[in-house]
Design a protein around this ligand. Structure first.
Ligand SMILES: [Zn+2]
Length: 611
C-alpha cells in the first residue's frame, strides 16, 4: 500500500466569491455531477457537483486512491487543481485538503454545490504511479475519455447512493457508455462503484451494435485518423461472442458496451461489469485484429468473474485504501484461461493454435517471472513494487493453473464436469450481489467438487510448486515435454534435456577429436545460453571468413576442446549457432496428441475439446 499524505493545503476560497451563478434546476435528492466538456482548452475537466442535502455524516469529499481491477495506486487527488464549495446563495464554504485524496468539508450542511477542476491523466506528467491509459482520462479537441474514478469523487457516507451525471458536449459527438439515461438525459449510476464501473467515451466516433441472444452488444470506436471503425471490429468479434455464449451458457448481462480508442500507442484494456475500454495504437485493422479479439475475449469473460463470482472484498470496494483479494488466480487467471479455451471449444481456433498459446505462457512464466512466487502472493503484493513486477504472470501461470484445474475436475468426475461447468454453477449460486467468502472459498469449491481440489489449490495457488503439466495433460491423451528430444540429421544437431549435441558428423571432417553425441558446452568461451548465442549470431553475421572456432564439448562427463578453422567444422558450429533459436523454440514446452492414448484418455480429451 502506498498512500502518500501531502501537507495540509488550506483553501480560503475568497477569489471566486463574486461569481454569479444561475438558478439550478437539478434535483436535490440525488447528487448530480455536471461536466462541461465544451471547455477543453487546458486539459482540465470542469466539474460541478450539485449535492443532495448533506449532514455532519458527510464531512469529507473523497477522491479514489485506486479502482477495482487495476491493482494500482492511483491517488486521484494528485490531479485535482481547484476545489471550492458554495452555499445556495453562492457564498464560499470552507474546505481543507487533509490528505492526497481527501477534502474536509467544514460545514457540510451549508454546501449546495462544489466546483472542482481535475486534470486529464494522459497528458499530465507524474513522478510515480502513472495511471494506465485505459484506466485514465483524456480530453482533446475531438474526444473525451472518462474513467469514473479519475473524474468523480464521493461524499463520505454516500458511496452506495445513486448518482446522476450531466454531460455538456458538442452536438456532433457520440457518447458510448453502459450507463442508462433518465428522461432528463442524465446518466444514472446506482452507486459510486457503478459509476467507476462504467467508463464514458465521447467524441467523433463510429458505432455498431448487434444482439447475441438476449444481450445487446454495442461497439464505439474512436480512431484518431479514422483508420478503424466499429462495424469491422464487431464483424470480426461475432464468432468470439458466440463462442463466449456457448462457453458461459446464458450470458449473465442484458447489455454490454465495447469502447475502443485508437491513437498513438498501445496500453491495453480494462474490464467492467457491462463494458470494457481498450487503448491501442491506431493501425490498419488487419494488423490489430488478432490481438484485439484475444483481449476482447478476455475482457468480455470478466462478466463471469469478478462480476458474478467475487469475494466480499470486491463487493464492497475500498476506494480510499487499496485492499486486495487473494483470489486474483480466479479473476484474472481463470478469465485468461477461459478466453483462450473458449475459442478452441467454439471451434474458432485450431488445437495447434491453442498448444502454441500454452507454450508461450509457459515460456514467459519460466523466462521472466520468479518461480517461487505463488499466485496468492502475486495478488496480496500487487500494490508493492516487487509484486507489481510479478503481476503479469497472473496471465501466464494463472491461466495454466486454471487449465490444470479443469483437467483435474474432468478426471475426477470421469468427464462429467470440468472447470467450465463449475464456473457456470458458481455464477448461478453467487451472482453480482452475492459474494463468496474470501477466506473459505478454496474449501467451498472442494466441498462442491472433490477433496483433492483443496490440495490442488494449496499446491499451485497458495504455494508455487512446479506445475504437474506432464502428468495432467497425459490424463487427456496429450503428451507434454518441457524439452523434447530430437535429432535433425540435416543440420547435424540433436537435443536432449535442453542440451544440444552433434547428431551427425560431417563426412569431410579431418582428424579433429569429434564424435557424434558430443554435447555443446561453450563456443569461443561463451556458454550456450539464449543471450550469448544471440550475440554470437550477430557477430558471425558480420565476420564471414578467417574465424577460428574454439568449442568445448562434453563427452561421457569429460570436457573435450576442439579448436579449428576447418570449413566443415565451421559449418557445423554455425549451423548450430544460427539455428539455436529455432531449435530451442521447437523443442521446448511441446504439446502433442498421444497416438497411443487409452480409451479413457480419449474420452476425457473429447470432453476437454468440446465441453
Ligand atoms: Zn482481466
Amino acid at each position: 500500500m502506498k498512500n502518500r499524505f501531502y501537507i495540509v493545503v488550506l483553501f480560503l476560497l475568497l477569489s471566486s466569491a463574486c461569481t454569479k451563478h444561475p438558478l439550478f434546476s437539478t434535483s436535490k435528492e440525488v447528487t448530480t455531477f455536471q461536466i462541461n466538456l465544451n471547455d477543453r482548452v487546458d486539459d482540465l475537466f470542469k466539474v460541478t457537483v450539485f449535492n443532495r442535502k448533506l449532514t455532519a455524516a458527510n464531512s469529507y469529499f473523497q477522491f479514489a486512491a485506486t479502482a477495482p481491477g487495476t491493482y494500482q495506486t492511483m491517488d486521484m487527488g494528485r490531479f485535482v487543481r481547484s476545489f471550492n464549495a458554495f452555499d445556495d446563495e453562492n457564498n464560499p464554504v470552507e474546505t481543507r485538503q487533509i490528505s492526497t485524496n481527501r477534502w474536509r468539508l467544514l460545514q457540510p450542511e451549508k454546501i449546495a454545490r462544489i466546483e472542482y477542476e481535475i486534470a486529464e491523466t494522459w497528458d499530465t506528467p507524474v513522478d510515480s504511479n502513472r495511471i494506465y491509459n485505459m484506466c485514465g482520462t483524456s480530453l482533446e479537441n475531438d474526444h473525451a475519455l472518462i474513467n469514473g474514478q479519475a473524474v468523480f469523487g464521493y461524499f463520505e457516507g454516500t458511496q452506495a447512493e445513486e448518482i446522476h451525471v450531466d454531460l455538456k458536449y458538442p452536438a456532433e459527438w457520440l457518447v458510448g457508455t453502459a450507463l442508462a439515461q433518465n428522461e432528463a438525459g442524465r446518466y444514472v449510476a446506482q452507486s459510486y462503484d457503478h459509476l467507476v464501473d462504467s467508463p464514458i467515451q465521447l467524441g467523433r466516433m463510429t458505432k455498431a451494435s448487434t444482439q447475441i441472444s438476449d444481450t445487446k452488444i454495442e461497439v464505439y470506436t474512436y480512431s484518431k485518423t479514422d483508420v478503424v471503425n466499429s462495424a469491422e471490429i464487431l464483424a470480426a468479434m461475432e464468432e468470439m461472442l458466440i463462442a463466449a455464449e456457448k462457453f458461459i451458457g446464458d450470458l449473465p448481462v442484458d447489455h454490454y458496451t465495447f469502447l475502443y480508442h485508437f491513437e498513438d500507442a498501445s496500453y491495453g484494456a480494462w474490464e467492467h461489469s457491462y463494458s470494457s475500454g481498450y487503448v491501442y495504437q491506431e493501425k490498419e485493422f488487419e494488423k490489430l485484429k488478432e490481438s484485439l479479439i484475444k483481449t476482447s475475449a478476455h475482457e468480455f469473460f470478466h462478466i463471469i468473474t469478478p462480476l458474478n463470482i467475487h469475494s466480499e472484498i470486491i463487493d464492497n470496494f475500498n476506494f480510499s485504501e487499496p485492499t486486495v483479494s487473494k483470489h486474483l488466480w480466479l479473476y484474472e487467471g481463470t478469465t485468461e484461461w477461459a478466453a483462450q479455451i473458449m475459442l478452441l471449444r467454439g471451434q474458432s481456433r485450431s488445437l495447434d493454435d491453442y498448444f502454441n498459446v500454452l507454450r508461450r505462457k509457459i515460456a514467459i512464466d519460466k523466462l521472466y517471472y520468479r518461480q517461487d512466487y505463488s499466485l496468492t502472493d502475486l495478488a496480496k503484493h500487487s500494490f508493492s513494487s516487487t509484486g507489481a513486477r510479478q503481476y503479469g504472470n497472473i496471465y501466464m501461470r494463472g491461466a495454466m493453473v486454471a487449465g490444470l484445474l479443469d483437467i483435474l475436475l474432468l478426471d475426477l468426475s470421469d468427464g462429467k464436469k470440468g472447470w467450465q461447468d463449475v464456473l457456470q454453477e458458481l455464477t448461478h449460486e453467487y451472482g453480482p450481489s452475492r459474494p463468496f467468502s474470501e477466506e473459505t472459498f478454496f474449501q467451498d469449491i472442494a466441498d462442491k467438487t472433490y477433496p483433492q481440489v483443496a490440495d490442488f489449490f494449496e499446491s499451485y495457488v497458495e504455494n508455487a510448486n512446479p506445475l504437474p503439466l506432464t502428468e495432467y495433460y497425459q490424463k487427456i491423451g496429450i503428451t507434454y515435454n518441457e524439452q523434447k528430444e530430437f535429432e535433425d540429421l540435416e543440420k547435424g544437431i540433436g537435443g536432449k534435456d535442453g542440451r544440444f549435441y552433434i547428431a551427425k558428423l560431417p563426412a569431410d571432417l579431418p582428424e579433429l577429436d569429434l564424435q557424434a553425441g558430443d554435447v555443446f558446452m561453450k563456443i569461443n568461451g561463451k556458454e550456450i545460453k539464449r543471450t550469448s548465442m544471440r550475440r554470437l549470431e550477430k557477430k558471425l553475421e558480420k565476420e564471414t571468413n578467417g574465424q577460428t572456432y574454439k568449442v568445448e564439448f562434453e563427452r561421457n562427463g569429460e570436457v573435450v576442446e576442439v579448436e579449428s578453422a576447418n570449413p566443415e567444422f565451421k559449418k557445423l558450429v554455425e549451423n548450430f549457432v544460427f539455428n539455436y533459436r529455432d531449435l530451442t523454440r521447437n523443442s521446448s514446452f511441446v504439446f502433442e496428441l498421444n497416438p497411443a492414448a487409452t480409451p479413457r484418455q480419449l474420452k476425457l480429451r473429447q470432453k476437454w475439446l468440446q465441453n
